[in-house]
Design a protein around this ligand. Structure first.
Ligand SMILES: Cc1ncc(COP(=O)(O)O)c(C=O)c1O
Length: 435
């Protein structure tokens, strides 16, 4: 396709037509076979004295892939966050929790994460904790300098810190986990977006992953896991997930005697466990293509033949196998200065070419449902506001497709060639709200 072809939003043929768009979710006959086997064998669930087979396989594979020792299946990533924090509070005991009411969370995150923190801790504490959203850096992850400053002033009122994998980056998990340990507070890594990615640095005491179907790397409908390398904490997670019953002798988590626990049912069923397992195996392949696509996209964004000054930025990769929930690019000031386009002009142009682009998650401080939690805090949210304002966020399915970097090059070449006609296009053409 010639660089001078008319952009689709101005009447040209889209670079990606519907039949070429990558499929989502990426399925094959293995999913049908495993679901049929479970259905026909009538072992649809497991619990303490009826060990779950597929869930136990998933738990071991996910733990091994992500560098944790143990995993516990959960119904989703939201409850998995609550489960990790609750287990740490249980392991630390009631005396430690006294007088502590705050949980540091990411300002830039999916708001269901906040719900996970609240519903996870409230029954355990007998009170609702206060969320303290922490600003984001340009890579979209929690700013560890703000965490360090906050803990140095108020660690005695903090229960825990919950940094989150955001889009394609882990961020400063190791540093934040170290700060939490030094200040004697709990640490949970909300790794909902990190399925099949691997963080090699020092880890939070617990972590959670989502298998939700819309865009996660390992879509399973609804599913999740909580992870920990501490056998005691893992035992509490299992017991808390499984109506107070801890690991039996056939559980991947070591058997141990513990006092009884008041707990509910938060178990993962066999069907979603098997689906997430097969998707996890597919993702071990997809992550190779994703890593290469991201390298090619980074090369493209820095190509002086396309842009004399880069108008888009993709954060440096911070892991050997980085998360691939989405491709996140941030518009630099050169987008306006060199091309005269706004971030929304660019998103509209991409959408019309067949590649849906959006600004990503609404930061907590701007979210009408959640912004009240930031009231009265003397914290700045300039970082997450900028990420949201200037983000071009593209669904994971595109990074998994080897054709995507070429398509992106064609689209950006059209944008550059027709920048004058595209200027202000978002004032007259709107993207639909969802892709
Ligand atoms: C950062 C983050 N944390 C937690 C969650 C919750 O995961 P789930 O949808 O599986 O409950 C999400 C969901 O999108 C998320 O994006």
């Amino acid at each position: 396709m010639s660089a001078a072809s008319l952009p689709a939003v101005l009447g040209g043929t889209p670079v990606v037509t519907a039949p070429d768009a990558p499929d989502w979710p990426p399925v094959g006959p293995i999913e049908s076979a495993v679901l049929a086997e479970i259905t026909e064998q009538e072992r649809w669930f497991g619990f303490s004295h009826k060990p779950a087979k597929w869930r136990a396989i998933l738990e071991q594979v996910v733990a091994d892939t992500t560098g944790y020792r143990y995993g516990v299946g959960q119904p989703n990533g939201t409850l998995a966050i609550g489960s990790g924090l609750r287990a740490q509070v249980l392991a630390r005991g009631a005396a430690w929790a006294e007088g502590r009411d705050e949980v540091l969370v990411a300002d830039l995150t999916h708001a269901s994460a906040h719900h996970g923190v609240l519903v996870g801790l409230a029954p355990q504490l007998g009170r609702v904790p206060r969320l303290v959203p922490i600003d984001a850096k340009l890579d979209a992850t929690m700013d560890e300098a703000v965490v360090a400053d906050y803990l140095s002033r108020h660690a005695d009122r903090v229960l825990g810190v919950v940094p989150a994998t955001m889009y394609g980056n882990f961020g400063a998990i190791e540093r934040i986990a170290e700060l939490a340990a030094r200040h004697d507070v709990a640490s949970h890594h909300d790794n909902a977006l990190g399925g099949a990615a691997r963080y090699d640095g020092g880890k939070a005491v617990t972590a959670s992953i989502s298998g939700q179907g819309e865009g996660k790397a390992t879509p399973a409908g609804e599913a999740g896991l909580t992870l920990s390398s501490d056998p005691d904490v893992a035992w509490w997670i299992r017991a808390d997930t499984d109506t107070g019953h801890g690991a039996g002798r056939l559980d991947p988590i070591p058997y141990a005697e513990h006092p009884p626990l008041a707990a509910g049912n938060q178990r993962l069923g066999e069907h979603p466990a098997a689906l997430m397992l097969v998707q996890w195996l597919r993702a071990l392949h997809a992550r190779l293509q994703m890593r290469e696509s991201r390298r090619l996209v980074q090369e493209l964004l820095a190509d002086p033949a396309l842009f004399p000054a880069p108008v888009l930025w993709n954060p440096p990769v911070d892991a050997e196998y980085p998360p691939f929930f989405a491709l996140y690019m941030s518009c630099t000031d050169a987008l306006e200065a060199e091309l005269g386009l706004s971030p929304e002009d660019l998103r509209v142009a991409l959408w019309a070419e067949g590649v849906y682009a959006e600004p990503g998650f609404t930061p907590t401080h701007q979210d009408p449902a959640w912004q009240h939690v930031t009231e009265g805090l003397d914290l700045s949210y300039a970082g997450s506001a900028r990420v949201f304002d200037r983000a071009v966020f593209i669904h994971a399915q595109w990074l998994r497709d080897a054709r995507f970097p070429g398509w992106l090059r064609d689209i950006l070449a059209r944008v550059v060639a027709h920048k004058d006609a595209l200027r202000g296009i978002s004032a007259t053409v709107s993207r639909p709200p969802h892709g």
